[in-house]
Design a protein around this ligand. Structure first.
Ligand code: NAD
Ligand code: UDP
Length: 331
């Protein structure tokens, strides 16, 4: 299939392009590079030895998006492009609502106009809020504590409503848990701008000596060791989950969790990283981070049954691959 990947130069998008190409699909990337680099497109080509058509456009620009659809015979789209920093979304709500929602509506209109019926969207486990674990797809969603999360819940609603009246559409709303790690070859990985907000990129920067020590946010949660528990998933497993969704989607709107079903605490992840890479990660315990929940992990049986997909890589793989990428990466 010819797949349009919006945000394909970004962290999850680039790994998904590799997984798609390796399964025989052709990839067309649309990205404005606001949070990624053009070099990543070359690295995708280098890893796969295949061409990638690249458009540097803003996906809220309906005219530019129309050009891509008229130039290419597109069979399906995966929509990663958007803004994703939770803290920033509180400071810049209009930008988050505008870019995340308008991009989805522009793409949906183009899909209707050009008869593209397969749509895969990057949602997030954040839509579950503080539900009881494991989070399963048919749970009632809780209001999010930030505009970023709200955009994910709203886009799920928008695509669900469009899917209802276009019964030949196949829509996958993929709720990611905590993507970490990098492609095994070390060429592509996560490259956050400035000081990372997320745990794994923070750990790798501390290990590299670029940051002094990790601050662990809270040790008084009702968890195995008092630190927050998350469902970390290797980014290549996540990428392969998108290919499985595209290949196995049936008509209708379907929601799938992409997680491992395993919870890992902050301290467990730090210890695993130290052991896997034989390197020390100094840390201190500080106050809880506002808005954090204690525990989050996925129920995974729906993706397994309906898409035939489960995560294969473990925490050691995630720590090893994240570090391999960081070691080879120059800012
Ligand atoms: P990323 O920032 O690395 O990738 C997003 C890409 O979209 C970037 O290359 C950026 O340049 C591009 N982009 C942003 N706005 C654009 C626009 N208006 N037009 C064209 N391109 C634009 O982020 P990521 O971690 O790869 O996340 C991809 C998607 O997955 C996002 O929708 C994000 O919300 C979602 N998601 C990410 C996580 C995570 O922890 N990384 C978790 C759940 C969901
Ligand atoms: N965390 C931490 N120190 C950091 C970053 C994160 O202790 O510098 C914790 C955070 O409190 C949470 C877990 O690590 O329990 C995962 O946080 P992250 O921001 O990576 O993902 P989230 O689940 O919040 O989206």
């Amino acid at each position: 299939m010819n797949i349009l990947v919006t945000g394909g130069a970004g962290y999850i998008g680039s790994h998904t392009c590799v997984a798609l190409i390796q399964k025989g699909h052709t990839v067309i990337v649309a990205d404005n590079l606001c949070n990624s680099k053009i070099e990543t497109i070359d690295k995708i080509k280098q890893i796969t030895n295949k061409e990638v058509t690249f458009y540097q456009i803003d996906v809220t620009d309906a005219v530019a998006v129309d050009t891509i659809f008229s130039d290419n015979s597109i069979d399906g789209i995966i929509h990663f492009a958007g803004l994703k920093a939770i803290g920033e979304s509180v400071q810049k709500p209009l930008e988050y609502y505008y870019i995340n929602l308008v991009s989805t509506m522009v793409l949906s209109k183009a899909c209707l106009k050009y008869g593209v019926k397969k749509i895969v969207f990057s949602s997030s486990a954040t839509v579950y809020g503080n539900n009881t674990v494991p989070f399963v797809e048919n749970m009632k969603l809780m209001p999010c504590t930030n505009p970023y999360g709200e955009t994910k819940a709203m886009i799920e609603r928008i695509l669900t409503d469009i899917g209802k009246v276009n019964s030949d559409w196949s829509v996958a709303l993929l709720r990611y848990f905590n993507p970490v790690g990098a492609h095994e070859c070390g060429l592509i990985g996560e490259e956050p701008n400035g000081i990372p907000n997320n745990l794994m990129p923070y750990i790798t920067k501390v290990a590299k000596g670029e940051l002094n020590k990790l601050r662990i946010f809270g040790k008084d949660y009702p968890t195995v060791d008092g630190t927050g528990v998350r469902d970390y998933i290797h980014v290549m497993d996540l990428a392969e989950g998108h290919v499985a969704a595209l290949n196995n989607l049936t008509e209708g709107v379907h929601i799938y969790n992409l997680g491992t079903g395993q919870g890992t605490s902050v301290l467990q992840l730090v210890n695993a990283f130290e052991e896997a890479n034989d390197i020390e990660v100094p840390y201190e315990i500080v106050e809880r981070r506002p808005g954090d929940i204690a525990v989050c992990y996925a129920g995974t049986s729906k993706a397994k049954t309906e898409l035939g997909w489960t995560a294969k890589r473990d925490i050691v793989d995630m720590c090893r691959d994240a570090w391999r990428f960081e070691k080879g990466y120059e800012d």
